[in-house]
Write a protein that binds this ligand. Structure first.
Ligand code: PLP
Length: 343
């Protein structure tokens, strides 16, 4: 009986869908507004996805058949999504606007994709300068802002982004939820077709609880904590500076990320040894299988082989304390003394 009435209501007039559907819709739209606001984007342009991998794929598909230009240090969800021309970076992991201008002139890409903050070394790109060049050539700019959200102010129109990807689990929200936020006036061709959800731009029943969790995680961001985290990260780097190599230390970086090399000890050994000491770090481009591959980021930066193979990625969380930093330094030195050439 109720199924009959539900069906009739939905087919006849979507706005008169039953009360449960209306509540769910209202919760979804509330969450969408919060997610859009977090990056200074329009609510109507916020397409909810299963994460940033899907958002990045949807963004890159907007090139149609045209050429795509990315940086060589993008996340694999960009690098492996499509054939693309790759732009190099300098020793700090920064894309040079002059190099971008040369590539735009030579290849005339339809779409350029550059991440705002890098997931391995934390470097923040000079996005406004890059955006100005991309738009001079009438190309679309996609920005992967997954690592930047929560750790720096993100305003997609200030950055000059036409599309911007974010993911809930990187800010403590649920896994499996993300969004592609699209500027006003840009039509998006869908990658997934079917029920026509998300204004026909991404079919599939919406993950309402996931979107609400994403919005809750955004609400919980406390930007006043950034400076405390930056100070802790800097204290950690200062303490180890004489013994370790800190990658891209002088570059503009998000406050919570540090790439630290212990020359002579492979990153895999460090990760395992630190894990036994209760310290969780990652290494290189750790992928979902837990397998560690060589860091394409450090490679693109022209970092020495000895440093590439001995670099770990340290990420501080909002609850990281002074004591955690002291414990890390002690554990790091124990590993060095046990496994390093002096040990
Ligand atoms: N882009 C960057 C920079 C990331 O760090 C990640 C995940 O680690 C992704 C994209 C993929 O996001 P998701 O796990 O939501 O698919």
């Amino acid at each position: 009986m109720s199924a009959y009435w539900e069906g009739a209501a939905i087919v006849g007039n979507p706005s008169s869908v039953h009360v449960f559907g209306r509540r769910s819709r209202a919760a979804l739209e509330r969450a969408r507004r919060v997610i859009a606001r977090a990056v200074g984007g329009p609510s109507a342009g916020t397409i909810l996805t299963s994460g940033a991998t899907e958002a990045n794929g949807l963004a890159l598909a907007q090139a149609g058949g045209g050429p795509i230009l990315t940086s060589a240090i993008e996340h694999p969800s960009v690098l492996d999504a499509r054939d693309a021309l790759r732009l190099g970076c300098n020793g700090d992991g920064l894309v040079d606007p002059d190099d971008l201008a040369v590539a735009m002139e030579r290849y005339h890409p339809a779409l350029v994709s550059v991440m705002l903050a890098n997931n391995e070394i934390g470097t923040v790109q000079p996005m406004e300068a890059l955006a100005a060049i991309v738009h001079e050539y009438d190309a679309l700019l996609h920005v992967d802002a997954v690592q930047a959200l929560g750790r720096m102010d993100v305003d997609m129109s200030g950055l000059g982004a036409d599309m911007l990807s974010i993911s809930a689990h990187k800010i403590g929200g649920p896994k499996g939820v993300g969004a592609l936020v699209v500027r006003d006036g840009l039509d998006i061709a869908p990658n997934m077709r079917g029920g026509g959800q998300e204004q026909r731009r991404r079919s599939g029943t919406e993950h309402v609880a996931g979107a609400m969790g994403f919005a809750a995680a955004i609400d919980a961001i406390d930007s006043r904590e950034r400076e405390r985290i930056r100070q802790l990260r800097d204290a950690l780097e200062n303490a180890l500076a004489g013994e370790a190599v800190i990658v891209a230390r002088q570059a503009p970086r998000i406050p919570n990320t540090s790439a630290i090399a212990m020359p002579g000890v492979t990153s895999a050994i460090q990760v395992m040894s630190l894990d036994l000491d209760g310290v969780a770090v990652s290494s290189g481009s750790a992928c979902s299988s837990g397998k560690v591959s060589r860091s394409h980021v450090l490679e693109a930066m022209g970092v020495d082989e000895a440093i590439i193979s001995s670099t770990i990625r340290v990420s501080l969380g909002w609850d990281t304390s002074d004591r955690d930093i002291e414990c890390f330094i002690e554990a790091w030195r124990r590993v060095r003394n046990r496994c390093g050439s002096g040990g």
